[in-house]
Design a protein around this ligand. Structure first.
Ligand code: ADP
Length: 170
């Protein structure tokens, strides 16, 4: 029996106390706007030093650092796809972000992880479709053997929050 709980929260992911929070980073891992900027501000300058040492991350993959000044023990940095109309395997790349982040959390014995709505800000991924892929990929991952007990979807904007409320009720 799988007892992992999927939970929905609204607001700022930097305030969560999960073992890991996921950052919707860009491929340089050197920080940016949106959730990336918020995470770097809250974690403090040591996060940027750690990211510099990693030296970048391809789209769809994930890298882990400590959480520094965050409540979260780890930050998992994943690079979502930029939306190009759906013709560049954006769907596969977005699913890979969720899968690879869960795998890294699992490998680091995390029991809780929180995701932002990857790619749905500046990267322009249609929100309803992104929510569907996020939920499907998380459910598929949790169906296998894993260490994760709680997965939070942290929605910052009202539109995503409403979409997830609806999708998770189905
Ligand atoms: P991307 O480049 O992957 O699109 P963005 O940071 O622009 O990344 O947006 C991704 C999502 O993160 C958006 O849905 C946005 O509303 C959300 N977001 C922005 N700031 C925060 C925050 N502090 N906590 C959680 N989510 C956030």
């Amino acid at each position: 029996m799988n007892e992992t709980k999927i939970l929905l929260v609204k607001g700022d992911i930097t305030l969560l106390e999960t073992d890991a929070i996921v950052n919707a980073a860009n491929s340089s891992l050197l920080g940016g706007g949106g959730v990336d900027g918020a995470i770097h501000r809250a974690a403090g300058p040591e996060l940027l030093v750690a990211c510099r040492m990693i030296g970048g991350c391809p789209t769809g993959e994930a890298r882990i650092t400590k959480g520094y000044n965050l409540k979260a023990k780890f930050v998992i940095h994943t690079v979502g796809p930029v939306w190009h109309g759906g013709y560049s395997n954006e769907m596969g790349k977005l699913a890979a972000c969720y899968y690879n982040s869960l795998k890294l959390a699992d490998d680091n014995h995390c029991s809780s992880i929180a995701f932002p709505n990857i790619s749905t800000g500046v990267f322009g991924y249609p929100k309803a479709e992104a929510a569907r892929i996020a939920i499907k990929t998380v459910n598929e991952y949790l169906a296998g053997k894993n260490s994760i007990k709680q997965v939070f979807f942290c929605c910052f904007d009202e539109e995503n929050y409403l979409l997830y409320t609806k999708a998770l009720a189905e």
